[in-house]
Design a protein around this ligand. Structure first.
Ligand SMILES: NC(=O)c1ccc[n+]([C@@H]2O[C@H](COP(=O)([O-])OP(=O)(O)OC[C@H]3O[C@@H](n4cnc5c(N)ncnc54)[C@H](OP(=O)(O)O)[C@@H]3O)[C@@H](O)[C@H]2O)c1
Length: 322
């Protein structure tokens, strides 16, 4: 028998939905009576407290992945922080009342869920979740899963290890701000360099970058210094391969791939979050949220428009919900 909380779970909930693909600001509608997602046996139902946006949310809405996407209507949103209110028959890891966070889509592009996190409740396989670090707010926790898991998986794939030097392209973005921190604090990089525009150089330093490169004034590939690892979050792999040492590795998460750079698509798993929780609890790794980046539920379309400028610093989070 599935167990649930004493609080009544409503049968109809509020959610942002698009019935057809297009620009989020045009197609997103706030629907007051969406059905609560049905719980599979390995899932838990989460009362959403905060949900973060990622570029994939608008790329998906625009139809960039429509051949491998689930059909509309779609409730967008991958990232969630919230409270478990119901536990599926085979779910053993969490109990009702646990505060959790995670990226609810195991395969980011392969038929992600129709019912995402921009809703009052969301259903998610428990293996994709971890307990929320106690010191983090729900907003901070929601900002992390997809971006920090991508940062971690990319550094691992690039063979990052203690003593290596790393160049991060796009150090001020959702993923880049975490790559800088993980490189230093988790993978033991000896030196971290990162790129951004002029106004964000101080942020790069505060995140732990030893060298902050202003891409409006300098071409990183023309620096005399070369790096063991280049982590490209911008879509500059053609240039990135000129910045890596012989025998080094380039990993890219956006745009076209120029060998020997390699690209990957994140596989979401709660186990990476569990591994990183001690670093979050000791504040060695800190969430980076855009100063204008917390939007109430009613302003989700405005949050999408801001994300689509490509100038966001760190993350955008939707809170409170509803
Ligand atoms: N493959 C995967 O599994 C995976 C996972 C996550 C994300 N992604 C993709 O990776 C990309 C980055 O994601 P994100 O969440 O980090 O995006 P984001 O937060 O929207 O990135 C915005 C940041 O990019 C910086 N930026 C833009 N152009 C730049 C340039 N030429 N050089 C340096 N920095 C630049 C901006 O800083 P300035 O204002 O200073 O320019 C801004 O702070 C997106 O395309 C996303 O879809 C892929």
């Amino acid at each position: 028998m599935a167990s649930d909380s004493n609080d009544t779970i409503p049968s109809k909930i509020k959610a942002w939905v698009y019935a057809e693909r297009g620009n989020p600001v045009d197609v997103l509608k706030l629907v007051p009576d969406v059905g609560v997602p049905e719980l599979k046996e390995d899932q838990v139902l989460v009362k959403v407290v905060a949900a973060a946006l990622n570029p994939i949310d608008f790329k998906r809405a625009l139809g960039l992945f429509k051949d491998i996407d689930s059909p509309p209507p779609i409730v967008p949103g991958y990232d969630v922080a919230g409270v478990v209110v119901k536990v599926g028959d085979q779910a053993k890891k969490f109990k009702v009342g646990d505060e959790v966070y995670g990226d609810i889509n195991e395969k980011a592009l392969d038929h992600p869920k129709q019912h995402g996190t921009l809703a009052e409740y969301t259903a998610v396989e428990e293996r994709l979740l971890a307990l929320k670090p106690k010191n983090l707010s729900f907003v901070e926790a929601a900002s992390l899963p997809l971006a920090i898991e991508t940062a971690y998986e990319g550094l691992e794939r690039a063979g990052s290890s203690p003593g290596k030097s790393i160049l991060v392209l796009g150090g001020a973005g959702g993923v880049g701000s975490l790559v800088i921190q993980l490189a230093k604090e988790v993978f033991g990089a000896s030196r971290v360099a990162a790129t951004s525009s002029t106004g964000k150089l101080d942020l790069l330093k505060s995140l732990g970058a030893d060298l902050a490169i202003d891409y409006t004034k300098e071409n990183f590939e023309e620096l005399p210094e070369k790096f063991d690892v280049v982590y490209d979050t911008v879509g500059q792999s053609e240039r990135a391969v000129s910045a890596v040492k012989e025998g080094g590795n380039v990993v890219t998460i956006a745009g076209a791939v120029t060998p020997p750079a390699v690209q990957f698509i994140l596989t979401s798993t709660g186990s990476i979050l569990e591994k990183l929780n001690p670093f979050l609890e000791s504040q060695k790794i800190k969430p980076a949220i855009d100063p204008k980046g917390t939007f109430p539920f009613s302003q989700a379309p405005e949050a999408f428009s801001y994300l689509q400028t490509g100038r966001v610093t760190g993350k955008i989070v939707i809170h409170p919900i509803p």
